[in-house]
Design a binder for this molecule. Structure first.
Ligand code: SF4
Ligand code: SF4
Length: 189
């Protein structure tokens, strides 16, 4: 007969619903007193790892205080999406970048430009804090890139450090030179 068992099913479902609400409230209550895992960014900022690869910037030479960039254009040649443009200015003692632009909105953050730079002029900063609704603000010129280099903390990685890591150890280098000159050891008899 239709309608038989309606009341028990109603109470069973009501019981399940109350149980589910109770479990959900229990989770909420437990998390209410838990230490938060989020921070109030940007008022509170996390400590980034030393190798954090963030915004690109240009650095000044630590000894002379001059712009470190010598306008060699290696970063321009190596950049996969070709977002760097450099014009060299020839000087008597050294060269400079006459203009330097970087389209950060199209950058892949691959770090290749940092790896090839002979003077550690182009570096990455331990920050990504450059969000904007206007793409034009991410077309960075030389002055802006230098200002960014003074604003944020630099990443550990510089071109010279990264190249040192990739070079073979000293004994291996000496051995390679010896072999190249035909100084290989005579086989033992
Ligand atoms: S990080 Fe890569 S994509 Fe970005 S500017 Fe450097 S070389 Fe180009
Ligand atoms: S940033 Fe480095 S690689 Fe790029 S032009 Fe300047 S010196 Fe050359």
């Amino acid at each position: 007969m239709a309608g038989n068992g309606g009341a028990p099913a109603f109470w069973r479902e009501t019981g399940q619903l109350i149980g589910a609400i109770g479990r959900a409230m229990g989770v909420t209550l437990r998390n209410l007193f838990r230490k938060p895992v989020t921070v109030h960014y940007p008022d509170v900022q996390r400590q980034y790892p030393d190798r954090f690869r963030g915004i690109l910037a240009l650095a000044y030479d630590k000894e002379t205080g001059e712009e470190a960039c010598i306008g060699c254009r290696l970063c321009e040649y190596v950049c996969p999406p070709q977002v760097i443009k450099v014009e060299m200015l020839k000087g008597q003692k050294r060269n400079y970048a006459k203009t330097f632009t970087l389209e950060l909105y199209a950058c892949e953050f691959c770090e290749l430009c940092v790896q090839v730079c002979p003077t550690d002029a182009i570096i990455m900063m331990k920050s990504f804090d450059l969000a904007t609704a206007d793409r034009r603000e991410l077309l960075l010129d030389k002055d802006r890139l230098h200002a960014l280099g003074l604003t944020f903390e630099p990443s550990w990685a510089t071109g010279n450090r990264l190249r040192d890591m990739q070079a073979p150890p000293r004994p291996a280098r000496a051995e390679a030179r010896g072999e190249a000159k035909g100084e290989a050891k005579e086989p033992a008899e």
